[in-house]
Write a protein that binds this ligand. Structure first.
Ligand SMILES: [Zn+2]
Length: 305
């Protein structure tokens, strides 16, 4: 690849990531084929997602621009876990058996030229969320797969566990699994709650989290029924057992905190929710919070109080 070609590849990627950043800033987390087609980036009309297979290389580029993994509800407890290696890096399968298939060559070009890609991960309930930039860092040709690094750039709007705590390869493997599903989990849970805090119905996407009912580290699954959309304040209160949610979707506040006297934030933001029902739950019954998981978590809240 000559330097003009490389600059063109980089320009399109830079504009594609900028477009995704803006979408995300406006609260959009889940994308369809249609949303990501017919864009004008770096002066060219382009789409960002493959239509048929998992690998997408636009006709006028040399390197693959994106890869895609569909959501798989059945089987594995977490949809993307099966392909995380012991070293903690994800493996992306080549297309078919032929390592020199043009789509596999396009992936190899991205790897050799160190060009970042977009990785589309299927979201429970439909659509895809985007992890970007990701890099292909090695090829395992005998296993017909590439090694993917998703850690080059921190994803500021989600709570990824820190790699500073990295202890051993199995821990790193666990972290990668947790990180990999965080983005599509957030997209699915925010959509199910119509981008509103379940407790207070606050609707500013930048200040909303997809909280786990059963903790990720405790084996909690990244599915909508194990999630709650909570604003930053209520997420922190839930995690610190200041706020509990019963199996009947009622909010409880820790008794010591109920007696505290402070300013309006404590009174209106926390204490007044004691005894109220959740203000927002998913419209579809099969997406509402799992009552058994809520109950287990609620017992922890009671014990902490
Ligand atoms: Zn809230």
């Amino acid at each position: 690849m000559n330097s003009a070609e490389r600059l063109r590849e980089l320009a399109i990627r830079r504009e594609a990531f900028g477009w995704l950043d803006r979408q995300r800033a406006s609260g959009k987390e889940t994308f369809t084929q249609e949303d990501t087609s017919g864009l004008t980036l770096a002066g060219e009309t382009i789409r960002l997602m493959p239509t048929q297979q998992g690998i997408w290389k636009p006709g006028h580029l040399e390197a693959a621009l994106s890869i895609r993994t569909v959501y798989r509800p059945e089987g594995s407890a977490r949809p993307y876990d099966d392909a995380v290696g012991r070293d903690g890096f994800y493996r992306y399968k080549m297309r078919g058996q032929d390592a020199d298939h043009h789509e596999n060559r396009a992936l190899r070009t991205a790897m050799l030229e160190r060009l970042p890609l977009i990785w589309w991960l299927g979201v429970q309930g439909g659509g895809y969320s985007a992890i970007y930039p990701v890099f292909l860092v090695a090829e395992e040709r005998e296993s017909q797969q590439f090694v993917v690094d998703i850690d080059q750039v921190p994803q500021l709007d989600i709570n990824w566990p820190s790699t500073d705590l990295e202890l051993d390869p199995s821990y790193r493997q666990q972290l990668t699994k947790m990180r990999l599903h965080q983005r599509p989990f957030r997209a699915a849970v925010l959509r199910a709650y119509r981008t509103s805090c379940a407790v207070c119905s606050f609707r500013h996407g930048d200040l909303l989290d997809a909280a786990h009912i059963q903790e990720d580290s405790g084996g909690g699954r990244p599915v909508i029924t194990n999630g709650l959309t909570l604003c930053k304040m209520h997420h922190a209160a839930y995690d610190r057992h200041i706020l509990g949610i019963t199996a009947d979707y009622e909010v409880r506040i820790n008794s010591d905190v109920l007696r505290e006297v402070d300013g309006p934030m404590l009174r209106h933001g926390i204490q007044e929710f004691h005894g109220r029902r959740l203000m927002v739950v998913p419209e579809q019954r099969n997406q509402r919070p799992d009552r058994q998981l809520l109950d287990e978590r609620y017992r922890t809240f009671l014990n902490a109080g």
